[in-house]
Write a protein that binds this ligand. Sequence first.
Ligand SMILES: Cc1ncc(COP(=O)(O)O)c(C=O)c1O
Length: 393
Amino acid sequence: MNVESFFPENIKTPLKNDPPGEWMPTLPDKCIRLSSGFPAPTLVPVEQLKAAVISLLEEEQDLPLHYVGSPKVAKLKEQIQEMLLEYNIRVSGDELLITSGACQAIDLVARILIDDSTIIVIEAPTYMEALEVFQNYTKHFISIPIDEHGLQTKVLEEVLEERKKKGLTLPRLLYTIPTFQNPTGTTMSTERRKHVMKLAANYNFLILEDDAYRELFFDKPSIPLKAMEREGRVLYVGSLSKVVTTGMRIGWVAATPEFITALAWFKKDLGHPFAQATMASFLENTDMETRLNFLRDTYKAKCEVLISALERYLPKSVSWYIPEGGYFVWLNIAGVDTSQLLTEALSEGVSYVPGEYFFLNRQDGKEFLRLSFSYANQQDIVEGIQKLGNVIK
Ligand SMILES: Cc1ncc(COP(=O)(O)O)c(C=O)c1O
């Protein structure tokens, strides 16, 4: 049987791309994981989640185990609304959709806004999973470079102006991670945030703001794009993956009711009432401010250790941006193909993600790599960077 012949064109085309998750290195035993962009096992609140499950089932019996029924599902929505208020994002119930992590939120936004003729603006580099999602829907991208102040909005303006002059189609959507970006760790300056909002209004595009790391600031939070607008151009995506746990898959989209209706229309997985109710129960019984402050201090300390190890063990030809929060440090190693170097690094016992996977045009990322300080402990971070230094030299 010719299986491929059954696939329609909109499925056949993306299946020709590289397979999802190709970027993830296969790690040897005892490898120091500077590639893993998720929390160390010690930072997962296992005991508190165990207590949340027990108290939920004692209180509600079978209710959270049905399609619908647990009042805690609605409670979680209120809790997320309250969290958003802290960032000056005021949304009503019909402006918020809980999703299966930020990943599903991105996929749903792509589903309702993108067809194979849509042009999307992405940051270069950008979060590779989002890139994979968008490539499932369109081939038309405009990549705008990032520097230490985030998206280069002047370059974006020039590109848009040029397209307008030439009568070319303008993009419908910009995907941006303005705060503690994955993979560069950079944060968009306030000036550029204002500029990008102005461009969105002038050139009539929407913004998909991915704010997965916003809580993990070292010293001060930044203002989300969503909090800077009234018009409804920003579809705001968030997640509890980085501050509670990745496996419960709790994320959201905050947007105007018309967008939320469309997103909910196509969200056919019926949600995860048990995970959502457990999360609500966890949040009810957790002092999140204390937890967040603990995580901020922990990641800040790990990042400082990583940066001083880079200064100590890496040759002068290597450069990086200093992050103000999040999980990542982005390295530029002039003259080195970081994908080739990975084999050596893995055999030395340290992992990272080669830069090429974060670019649409892979070649642009050859001399970069992403390090994460979220998973490894401080001692391992130092040892890992020492190993990386040996391999680069
Ligand atoms: C920028 C960004 N957005 C979204 C996600 C995915 O978050 P979730 O686990 O909520 O799907 C990640 C995870 O690495 C990320 O780095």
